[in-house]
Design a binder for this molecule. Sequence first.
Ligand code: NDP
Ligand code: MG
Length: 383
Amino acid sequence: MSKRISLLGSTGSIGRQTLDVIDACGMEVAAITANSSVDVLEEQARRYGPELAVLMDEKAAADLKVRLADTSVKVLAGMDGLMEAAALPSADTVLTAVVGMVGLRPTMAAIREGKRIALANKETLVCGGELVMEEAHDFGAEILPVDSEHSAIFQCLQSGAHDEIEEILLTASGGPFRDLTAEQITDVTVDQALAHPNWSMGKKITIDSATMINKGLEIIEACWLFQVPIEKIHVLVQPDSVIHSMVQFQDGAVIAQMGTPDMKLPIQYAMFYPKRAFLGGERLKFEQLKSIHFAKPNPALRGIELASEAFRRGGSMTTVMNAANEYAVAKFLNREIFFTDIYRWIEYAMDHHSVIQNPSLEEILKTEQETYTLLEKDRNIIK
Ligand code: NDP
Ligand code: MG
């Protein structure tokens, strides 16, 4: 049976690569969504003929509706539209590739319809991990990782039982600043932070990779997805991005997933699991691969430390950490704050929050807003 996909965030880096996979594998597109990229969404709507196209931005959605008046594509706006795309009855799989915790409510909507969820949007699990995993269990919705490390871990886990896992080795490229000292990172520029050595991705995740917040978010993502304690997850810098992560089992066997860096593999693995589909492109040439390098993460990049601390404090604290990061990254990209201010803003928000354990969806969303309000109000004090 042909698959029908609702693709949230279709205009982004993961969204476009998902459409490449859809082209290659001949799947159908049920819905596409974006924030405000009206030109690209119009082009995609004409090419793929989805039932629904959604733009978060109301004005852009009104424009799209006029532009698509000669087609049968329904156009909606805002969070209600995004949730309708996620819950669309005709779609069997929802690939969520929006950036940020705006993805939480649509993911919950898809879970409640029992869809397969191919999850790239890690911020959703960072903020709502407990709730998302519980509801996925209750509604029989499968959540399959698209994040390359988590897809790798998931593939490695096919070789053993859950209670046989000794540790998860979560690999990291280390980003562009992996060899800089604490002093050297204080005056790095936006352009330097956006120059990721191995992957071409959206701007927010590229900055998250430079701060190592991305790896911190991924530790939390792995704890929820694979239901393992944080103590069993170790980050290993592997600058060549040849190994996408590994699992060590209790008999000492280490299973690694390797390959050339290409997000299309985790995207299609999440769609076709438990089957594998053909994917063209370069293969690893082991005889030309003279060495693989490993290193410890650079402690001057405090992302792992701050995210792990938030996870240990638990409950709503991961939402505070994530929201403060989203806020600070936007300011950094806008050249309003320095690179290391990102850590200071996260720390400030975490220090001013009293944890709510087992937060409901409403409490998570309220915590997000309170974090933005706090940072907006105190921005001159923090600076
Ligand atoms: P991009 O910035 O390239 O794309 C983001 C997508 O989300 C775009 O379609 C964008 O629309 C849409 N969007 C942005 N803001 C909103 C909003 N407020 N409401 C609704 N839609 C919105 O991001 P990436 O593709 O790089 O990343 C997407 C997610 O996948 C992130 O969570 C990231 O961490 C994760 N991920 C990405 C990887 C990668 O290789 N890129 C690897 C692993 C995980 P518009 O075009 O209109 O702005
Ligand atoms: Mg990743």
